[in-house]
Design a protein around this ligand. Structure first.
Ligand SMILES: NC(=O)c1ccc[n+]([C@@H]2O[C@H](COP(=O)([O-])OP(=O)(O)OC[C@H]3O[C@@H](n4cnc5c(N)ncnc54)[C@H](O)[C@@H]3O)[C@@H](O)[C@H]2O)c1
Length: 343
């Protein structure tokens, strides 16, 4: 059976989507919709798709089974809702949108239409990260006590100045925290469970943008563990994301997406040593040239469609990181701790 995918956006990440999806047998890129006609035309030529500049006409294209949304973050929910209402499955880029309010409307629309909804947090599909999650869930690390997550990335000034949406509150919803560090926010929640209380500070220390380029948060997990999160796009030249998790049995260090060190009382049998690391330069660029993470997410989503299962990151899971990001922003603007509502 051939699966026909429509791409929304047509910019940087849609190029990754096209390559990742086409690396899967039986997948075709049927149509591409975006506002930059030149980029859409180039992508369509490369991938044999039909270009659209009218959203309704794009959504009416058939055959088309699902859309992959790679438009500015603040467009995801509205476009996902429109696609769901036409019976198309929706796999959207992170974040699900820029507020929980919008996420909820999208989740409800997908459920009403009976279509699958997935969010592209590709870290969840990466071998080293999956292994770390197994270690946490099977008790290899012991009861989690303390986590230290650092996203000291760099984006050059042109990353913002050459974009109509990056770093804007209306379409990016914020800066380094909601755009770059949201992967790590999702990862912390996926690995360690819910956060119940946060404190935070944000600042715009380097870039000429409306939103923050730097954020710091103190996290209190429902499990009792404490955590610190640092996020920035001002750390030249950009350093690999680092997550250090200390449990009662020792400490594990994740660098970007591979386990760098496991200093544990009882070392786990076998380890991810030897697994090829992610080749993306996420620390210094928005380009996702190594498509394996996205490919694995597409494969998981297609399986969810075919076998009527739940994708690795469905709408409810995708909402969690935005709820936490929202709470950190609220804590930063109010200067007081924020208690998260139970989802
Ligand atoms: N998962 C990842 O690792 C990853 C990496 C990069 C970007 N992203 C996400 O992908 C999304 C897009 O980021 P990008 O780097 O591709 O940005 P981009 O600016 O390169 O591409 C976005 C494209 O959307 C088009 N666009 C603008 N308004 C639109 C609209 N209303 N409808 C359709 N298209 C519209 C623009 O012309 C542009 O070409 C963001 O949500 C971002 O968070 C995810």
């Amino acid at each position: 059976m051939t699966i026909h995918i429509g791409l929304i956006g047509g910019g940087n990440i849609s190029e990754t989507h096209a390559r990742a999806a086409r690396a899967i047998a039986g997948v075709e890129i049927a149509a591409i919709y975006g506002t930059n006609a030149k980029k859409v035309a180039t992508l369509c030529r490369e991938h044999g798709a039909k270009p659209y500049h009218d959203f309704d006409a794009f959504l009416a294209h058939r055959p088309m089974d699902m859309v992959a949304i790679g438009s500015p973050s603040g467009m995801h929910a509205a476009q996902g809702i429109a696609a769901a209402q036409r019976g198309l499955h929706v796999l959207t880029e992170k974040p699900i949108d820029i507020s929980t309010e919008r996420a909820d409307v999208l989740i409800a629309a997908a459920e009403r239409s009976g279509v699958k909804l997935g969010v592209m947090f590709q870290d969840r599909a990466k071998p080293g990260i999956r292994e770390l999650r197994d270690w946490v869930s099977t008790g290899v690390i012991g009861k989690p006590l303390l986590v230290d997550a650092r996203v000291k990335w760099y984006r050059p000034p042109e990353y913002y100045s050459g974009s109509r949406w990056r770093g804007t509150l209306a379409l990016d919803g914020g800066g380094a925290l909601i755009n770059q560090a949201v992967h790590t926010v999702d990862l912390l929640l996926w690995l360690l469970g819910d956060v119940v209380r946060v404190q935070g500070r944000t600042a715009t220390v380097l870039h000429a943008i409306e939103a923050e380029d730097t954020a710091v948060a103190i996290l209190e997990f429902a499990s009792g563990a404490l955590g610190v999160l640092q996020a920035t796009t001002a750390a030249y030249p950009g350093h690999p994301r680092r997550v250090e998790i200390t449990g009662a049995e020792g400490t594990v260090i994740l660098e970007q997406d591979r386990i760098l060190a496991a200093n544990l009382r009882t070392p786990p049998p076998g380890s991810s040593a030897g697994i090829a690391p992610d080749e993306n330069q996420s620390a210094s660029s928005a380009v996702v040239s190594d498509v394996r993470g996205h490919q694995a997410l597409f494969e998981d989503f297609l399986q969810a469609i075919e076998q009527d299962t739940v994708p690795i990151c469905d709408g409810h899971e995708g909402r969690r990181s935005i709820a936490l990001v929202e709470a950190i922003y609220r804590a930063a603007s109010s200067g007081t701790a924020v208690v998260l509502e139970k989802p």
